[in-house]
Unconditional design. Sequence first.
Lengths: 329, 152
Amino acid sequence: MTPAALEGFLAVAEPGRRATVTDYRAITGGYSRLSAVAEVRWEDGAFERLVLRGDPPAGDGVFVSDRDAEWRILQALSRARAVPVARPRWYDATGEHFGTKCIVFDHVTGRSLQDVLREAGDDAVCGRAFVDTVAQIHATPLDALGTAVERPANWDDYLDGVLEVYRAVDRQIADSSPVLRYASALLVRHRPPPVPFTLVHGDCQPSNVLVTESGQHVVIDWEFARVGDPREDLGYYTQIPMQPNVYHRDRQAFLARYRERTGLTEEQINPRTVEYFLVVGMAHLLAQILQALDAVSRGESRGVMATYLINAVTHQYSLYLDICRGVTA
Amino acid sequence: MISRPTTEQVLLDCCRVLEHDVLPGLSDETAQVRVVMLGKVLRNAAVRAAHEVAWMREETVQIEAYARAVAAATGSDGLRAAIDELGTGPHGSLHLADVVEVYVHASEALSLALEAALVAGCEELVREGELLLSARLAHENDVVGSWDSTGR
């Protein structure tokens, strides 16, 4: 992913319109994909700001996701208009131009909702707006997604499958994780009431919401999106360490707002069910971290991110054990 | 061998060099984040170097006793096999790779013991197992301190 590669790619994507990249800089802050923002001037004088999002080199990094799937979801979401997303413009599906599969988006001028929340202090309005955005994601009509996202057959099998991820990764890696095995064995026996499947963002946090000048919320980073239980997004957000975390600031208000927006009941949406779905919502990401650490233990390098994320694993294990204690109490 | 400075002290000194000498000279944001992460990894490694052999051996003794109690209460064949496997490990060695090998066997026995206690409905044994998990996590938390997701 370089300015020259972008110019070459645009020449193919927009034949007959030559583009010059006038500025290009990498975006830091993501934990998985390579991102950059580029300013492009077309020979007809038009000016555009674009965002590039590609995979790191094979064997580098920790998190794995499918760019083809992300591209399909983004196109479906862009068409559905149920939740605002950055408009996906072009896709180098083979990596021929950028050396990696790469999605090119329109740049959205806005601030991270996490920054807005930080500045807002105790003002609860922005926190409520985040809940509304989460509910809006979950209200996306699944039919509008077409075949872009696979739909699980039924809720019980889906839950079993996700909890089995922990047992599978424990078998696969050289280290052993009794907390995961215990949580998996315990939670499969204590199921919360089901709710209908929805679109799940998969990395649901205010850092992935951009607030435009007009106040619109644009949701970004859809690489882990799937159809699943919407409480996975709520549970996932509870473990986000960046402050403020509006769930922890006022759990009851957060959940009451979410119930009001979705029509789900208190039996379905409460602190216990949200905790439960932290374990479910983190399953695939935690498994990927453990696989990366296993690679390091075999002598491979995954960059400093893998060993740094040992911290996150310990954090998750502590949360999981607390959740298990809550279930057995 | 040179025993002082200890491995812990050597690693902490590396952290100081990274944070005070290297980091201020970096202008690239990605490199800055990596150095901060590396400092955290080295601090974690320093704590591990100082304590991990002792912690793993202490935990292994407690886990083995617990696993035997669960095996006696539940008659789990899988657990008995895991306890036998644990017994074959290189218990007499203090080399880290050997201590880790025994500890991984002990961890598998703990997993099986908790699962067997759950299936058998032995609530007291489940609670005892949770205490062992708490002790394990207390050591892990001593290693990592807080989690702050640097760079995000």
